[in-house]
Design a protein around this ligand. Structure first.
Ligand SMILES: [Zn+2]
Length: 420
C-alpha cells in the first residue's frame, strides 16, 4: 500500500507498507497511491487500554425516549430514526410522549431495524415486528411485553458495529477489554464482532488456561467495602502468575491500591502486572509501584469529566494525589491510558486534551501533547512498552489525521482520523 502526502513527524513524506510492516518512507516514492493524506499527520493507530465494549455499545445504542430529552410524538419519531445500525434500544419512555404506543405504531413510525423500547417504569418493553421476529416472540400480538426481561436476553450480546465505527473515526485501531466478568462466551463474542480491531481481552479465571494471543490479564475487581483477606488475593494472583498470566487490578481508592500492592509483593510481581486507574496515589504509593515494576493504566479524562464531584467530595489534601500524570512519568512509572467507557468518554482526543489542559488546581500534573499521545500508542499486549512509531520496520497499524500535528495539537478535541 502506498500512502502519499502525509506528515511524518513534521515532514511531508510518502509511506509504503508491505504486509503488516512499514517498508519505506521518503519523498515521492514511485507507484500508484492508494491513499492521499493531503498533508495530514500519519500516526500509529491508537489503542484504548481500558474499555468495556458491551456496556459502551449498550449505552451508545440506547436512544432516550422520554422527558426531558423527548417530550412529544414528533420528537420521538426523530429520535428513533436517527442514524444507526442493528438493534435499537430505547429507554425512559413515558405515555405522556405519544400515548400507549405498540408494535403497529413502531412499524409505522420507527426505523427498519429491530426496535425495543423500555417504559421508564422498567416493567414494560414495546417491540416492533422485526424485534418480535428476531426473538421468536408470538404473543402478545401488540408487542407490549410486561415483566419480560428474560425474553430480551435471547438477544445475546449487544451489537458492537456502531461503537467500533465510532472508535475508528477517532483513530482507535485496538482496545483492551477489561470487564471482570468476561468468560469464554464473552471472549468468543468479542473476537467474532471485532473485525480488524486489535484486541486484548481481560476477564475472569475461565480464561486463564486459554491458549490464545488475545487472552489478556486476570482482572481483579475489589472495592473498599468487599476487599478479600490478603491471603486470598495473594493466592488468586499466584495462580494466575503460575499459568503465565499477569493481573490487572482495579484500584480507585488508597485502600484498594495498598491492598493490591501488598498482595502483588507477597505473590511476587510478574512482568505485565497492571494497576487500573490509580486514581489516588501519594508519593509512597508511587515509589512502591515503581519498586514492583507495575504498569499504571490511567484515565486522563476523569479529572475534567468529574471535576465538580472531586472538588466537592475529595478532601483538599488529596487533590495533589488525584489522577496524576506528570509525577508518574517523572518517577519512571510505565504508563498507558484508556477511557473506561461507558463510565468515561470514549473519545481519546478528549482525554489527551484533558491531560494537556488540566483544570485549575490540578495543572501541576499536566503533560505535553506528545506525551499524552504516547499513552495511546503502546503495543496492544504491552501497555508498559515503548510507544509504537511511524518508522520502517514498525507495524503498519496506521492512521492519518484530518490535519497536521501542529493543527491537531492546537485543538485536540476536534481531531478526526482515517484508519489505513
Ligand atoms: Zn473499568
Amino acid at each position: 500500500m502506498l500512502i502519499r502526502n502525509v506528515e511524518v513527524y513534521g515532514q511531508i513524506m510518502d509511506v509504503r507498507t508491505k504486509g503488516k510492516l512499514i517498508s519505506e518512507i521518503g519523498p515521492h516514492l514511485g507507484g500508484v497511491a492508494d491513499f492521499n493524506g493531503k498533508g495530514g499527520a500519519i500516526l500509529p493507530g491508537l489503542h484504548d487500554h481500558h474499555i468495556h465494549l458491551n456496556a459502551t455499545a449498550a449505552a451508545l445504542n440506547s436512544v432516550r425516549c422520554g422527558p426531558p430529552n423527548v417530550e412529544d410524538e414528533e420528537q420521538l419519531i426523530a429520535a428513533l430514526n436517527a442514524d444507526g445500525e442493528g438493534w435499537l434500544r430505547g429507554v425512559g419512555y413515558h405515555h405522556s410522549v405519544a400515548g400507549e404506543i405498540d408494535r403497529e405504531w413502531l412499524d409505522a413510525n420507527g426505523p427498519d431495524r429491530p426496535v425495543r423500547i423500555q417504559h421508564r417504569s422498567g416493567r414494560l418493553w414495546i417491540l416492533n415486528s422485526r424485534a418480535l421476529n428476531e426473538l421468536a416472540i408470538k404473543t402478545p400480538r401488540n408487542g407490549r411485553l410486561y415483566d419480560s426481561d428474560h425474553l430480551m436476553r435471547r438477544r445475546g450480546f449487544p451489537d458492537l458495529t456502531s461503537l467500533i465505527k465510532k472508535l475508528k473515526s477517532w483513530g482507535i485501531t485496538g482496545v483492551t477489554e477489561v470487564t471482570p466478568s468476561n468468560g469464554l462466551a464473552e471472549f468468543d463474542n468479542y473476537l467474532e464482532q471485532a473485525g480488524d480491531l486489535n484486541l486484548s481481552i481481560m476477564g475472569n479465571s475461565e480464561l486463564t488456561d486459554l491458549n490464545h494471543t488475545r487472552r489478556g490479564h486476570l482482572k481483579l475487581h475489589y472495592h473498599d467495602h468487599d476487599l478479600p483477606p490478603l491471603s486470598n488475593l495473594v493466592r488468586e494472583i499466584s495462580v494466575a502468575h503460575h499459568a503465565g498470566r499477569p493481573v490487572a487490578a482495579h484500584c480507585v481508592t488508597r485502600a484498594e491500591l495498598m491492598m493490591t500492592l501488598a498482595a502483588i509483593e507477597e505473590a511476587g510481581p510478574m512482568s505485565g502486572d497492571r494497576i487500573e486507574h490509580a486514581a489516588i496515589a501519594d508519593q509512597a504509593a508511587i515509589e512502591w509501584m515503581q519498586r514492583l515494576g507495575v504498569i499504571v493504566v490511567t484515565q486522563p479524562n476523569f479529572i475534567t469529566e468529574r471535576l465538580d464531584a472531586y472538588r466537592q467530595d475529595v478532601p483538599g489534601k488529596d487533590h495533589p494525589n488525584l489522577w496524576r500524570l506528570k509525577s508518574f512519568a517523572d518517577a519512571g512509572l510505565r504508563l498507558a491510558a484508556g477511557s473506561d467507557a461507558p463510565f468515561g468518554d470514549p473519545n481519546p482526543w478528549a482525554a489527551m486534551a484533558a491531560a494537556v489542559n488540566r483544570p485549575a488546581g490540578f495543572e501541576h500534573e499536566a503533560i505535553s501533547p506528545e506525551e499524552a499521545l504516547a499513552l495511546y500508542t503502546k503495543p496492544v499486549n504491552d501497555a508498559g512498552g515503548k510507544p509504537r512509531r511511524v518508522a520502517v520496520g514498525e507495524p503498519a497499524d496506521l492512521i492519518v489525521l484530518d490535519n497536521s500535528w501542529e493543527e491537531a495539537k492546537a485543538n485536540l478535541l476536534a481531531v478526526r482520523a482515517s484508519k489505513l
